[in-house]
Design a protein around this ligand. Structure first.
Ligand code: AMP
Length: 147
């Protein structure tokens, strides 16, 4: 019979697993959709955080939202990209996780999200927590159970 990972493991602070903000590609609220598309394309990431000038977390932007914003009736209106601001098309309805949360909370949220943005009490962006990192930790725990 397989026993579940110990409670201690599920109680680990997420802080240990986050990719810190300095290493996370992001755009700013007042950047153009053109700039955001460039960053998304160059980095190859599916979605990236949107921050204000003081590093507060504001939302997420992805290529689908940008394309959707320039969809005309007959064709995609690429010429409009420079005039659209990221703030006007970013996604804001998704769960965030606080830096003081534990592994179990992250695990629950990462069932439905590929990654989570991590914030502190003031809403400052601290980094991201990816499903990949959490799955790697789970795998480590499960393999240790076999020994
Ligand atoms: P991964 O687990 O590395 O495949 O990352 C999953 C998603 O998390 C990516 O598609 C991005 O949306 C986001 N992500 C991961 N690492 C970064 C990073 N360094 N900067 C910005 N976004 C990232």
């Amino acid at each position: 019979m397989i026993s579940l990972p110990s409670r201690d493991f599920l109680d680990t602070p997420i802080e240990e697993y986050i990719i810190s903000s300095e290493k996370v590609a992001h755009v700013q609220v007042n950047n153009s959709a053109e700039h955001a598309l460039l960053v998304l394309t160059k980095t190859g990431y599916a979605a990236i955080p949107v921050l204000d000038s003081k590093y507060h977390f504001c939302g997420l932007i992805n290529a689908q939202r940008i394309t959707d914003a320039i969809l005309g009736l007959e064709h995609i209106e690429y010429e409009r990209l420079p005039e659209i601001r990221v703030e006007d098309i970013m996604q804001t309805d998704f769960p965030l996780i606080h830096i003081s949360e534990r592994f179990q909370r992250a695990l629950d949220l990462l069932i439905d999200q590929n990654f989570l943005c991590v914030i502190d009490d003031e809403g400052m962006f601290m980094g991201i927590l990816t499903r990949r990192v959490i799955l790697k930790q789970l795998k480590k725990q499960i393999y240790q159970l076999k020994k």
